[in-house]
Design a protein around this ligand. Structure first.
Ligand code: ADP
Length: 536
């Protein structure tokens, strides 16, 4: 065993070390016997002076399993200084195992031969610093963690942001596409609306239950109802007062919309009558087509319709005309046949007077017949535009003398002339004569017993106006507009007047061809004034 610091100078040095605040111990020999330990070191160890002289392991049994004995051995064997920072050591202090941290040095002390005979151990308790470091590290760790979390969140945020951006772009794109589509839709809707509103046909749409849901302006005009009134009804609402063509009420199941719904197929050009409350019956031709939804189920119907009253009236007039014409032709033919048969069978037995009467009756029937045939021929020539006036200059007096003298002689009706009949006109005398004869014969026929006035006057427009005036029963106002139409005849409460209803039509055509005007004024039970004008 080496003596350590044997002289008094050394003792003084040891004393300095003992009192030093730096923890110091000196171990000697391979067992690391504690040769010296100061109070500062004992405080660290949590031991008292009794450890002096014990080996390292004896003094600090709790160090077993910790690396210090090994390090001491290493220093002893290699002679190399060992320095440590912040190294943990667990020591039993006041009965408790306490881990503290130390900066320490194991410094080998060598003799003159270069052998290590002692190890100087100095230590500083850096637990506080370690704690501070630990706190700093923990804080740094936390910050790091927070930073990492923040970075991850930031990353996520970036990704999300990018996704959002992308979604936003897609959204903007799809909004602009939607806007474009809406614009296309709007303009096609507008086009459709314009078509529906300007269409010459009425159009109504019904839902699956037959309830009207739309009616275009023409439908409102034809039906004489506003859209809200129409939408208040089903297609077979009894308020429409729909009729069959024979005038009987139209049952719901016969309505073209019902037929279409029942069969699921379109119905074309089906005519029905409509009797509105305060109007005359009118006729419409309906096309009914089904509407199917995307699954092919019946979803409603579209009805387009036109007012065909005029067409129907012409057809009706033609039908009436054929029956009237047959009847009108049959009457004189029967009379003619009867007269001729009688003459054929018994002319040699009949007295002269009777034969003359039969012959004149036959002649009258023949004349009547040829008049009817002439009217028919005139009408068909008029329709084809073949009747051109052959104009000549004549005075109205001459015309009346030529055409009316026979008529005046044949009838006991008084016919008087008024006004200026000496004016010269340029016209077709035969055709104008026909118009005057027609007016006069009508007055004789429809105003029996009345005086007839034929008047001529010059109008402010330099025309000659001829009127035939009677004091007969007159004509209802609502009929006046129709008198000059083809086949039109008024019904005189069962009174039977023969005629084809062509005379006034032919007259109107003649006057029109002469560039004149024709008309009638009439008042019930006061009489009528039929007139025409010719340019002078
Ligand atoms: P028609 O005499 O062959 O019936 P018209 O065309 O000459 O045909 O006359 C048309 C209709 O006008 C007649 O059916 C008659 O009802 C009416 N009418 C014509 N003239 C008179 C008149 N002077 N007074 C009353 N009704 C008349």
């Amino acid at each position: 065993m080496h003596r350590f610091f044997s002289d008094s100078g050394s003792d003084a040095l040891l004393e300095i070390l003992r009192q030093s605040g730096d923890a110091t111990a000196i171990y000697t020999g391979p067992e690391f016997r504690i040769q010296f330990v100061n109070d500062a070191m004992l405080t660290i160890w949590g031991k008292d002076r009794s450890v002096h002289g014990l080996t390292f392991n004896e003094a600090l049994p709790e160090m077993e399993g910790q690396p210090f004995s090994d390090i001491l051995n290493e220093v002893l064997n290699t002679g190399k200084i060992f320095e440590a920072r912040d190294m943990a050591a667990t020591l039993r202090i006041s009965g408790n195992l306490v881990t503290s941290y130390f900066d320490f040095i194991f410094k080998p002390i060598v003799n003159a031969e270069g052998e290590v005979f002692s190890i100087l151990h100095t230590a500083v308790n850096v637990t506080e610093r370690m704690h501070a470091w630990k706190l700093v590290r923990e804080k740094e760790d936390r910050e790091q963690q927070i930073n990492e979390e923040l970075m991850a969140a930031n990353e996520e945020y970036h990704v999300t942001n990018e996704e959002l951006n992308e979604t936003n772009n897609r959204l903007i794109k799809s909004i602009s596409q939607k806007k474009e589509l809406e614009e296309i839709l709007r303009s096609s809707e507008k086009r459709m609306q314009d078509i529906l509103e300007t269409m010459a046909e009425g159009m109504g749409i019904t839902d699956i239950n037959g309830q009207m849901v739309y009616a275009n302006p023409m439908a409102q005009q034809i039906l004489g109802l506003c859209e809200s009134d129409i939408k208040d009804r089903t297609f077979d609402d009894p308020r429409w007062q729909n009729l069959r063509l024979d005038g009987t009420p139209l049952p719901s199941e016969e309505h073209p919309m019902s037929v279409m719904k029942r069969t699921g197929r379109p119905v074309y050009d089906h005519e029905i009558g409509v009797q509105p409350p305060n109007r005359e019956v009118f006729y419409i031709s309906i096309n009914a087509a089904p509407i199917f939804d995307k699954d092919g189920h019946f979803a409603g119907g579209i009805a387009t319709f036109t007012d065909v009253t005029a067409r129907r009236m012409i057809l009706q007039g033609k039908d009436d005309f054929i029956s009237i014409a047959s009847h009108e032709l049959k009457t004189p033919v029967t009379a003619l046949k009867a007269s001729l048969q009688l003459l054929q069978r018994s002319h040699h037995k009949l007295p002269d007077e009777a034969r003359t009467r039969l012959l004149s009756q036959a002649m009258k029937s023949l004349e009547k017949l040829s008049q009817l045939i002439a009217d028919l021929l005139d009408t068909s020539r008029m329709e084809q535009g073949y009747v051109k006036p052959e104009r000549k200059a004549f005075t109205f007096r001459q015309l009346l003398e030529d055409c009316c003298s026979d008529l005046i002689q044949q009838t006991d009706v008084s016919i008087v002339f008024e006004g200026d009949v000496s004016k010269t006109i340029e016209a077709d005398p035969q055709q104008i004569g026909q118009v005057v004869i027609n007016f006069v014969t009508n007055a004789i026929k429809y105003a029996p017993g009345s005086k007839i006035i034929i008047s001529a006057e010059t109008t402010e427009y330099n025309e000659l106006k001829i009127s035939v005036i009677d004091q007969g029963p007159g004509i209802p106002q609502d009929k006046l507009a129709h008198l000059f139409k083809r086949y039109y005849r008024t019904d005189y409460r069962g009174q039977k007047f023969t005629g084809l209803g062509l005379g006034l039509y032919i007259s109107a055509e003649i006057i029109k061809n002469h560039g004149g005007k024709i008309g009638v004024e009439s008042e019930i039970s006061k009489g009528s004034r039929f007139w025409f004008t010719l340019p002078l």
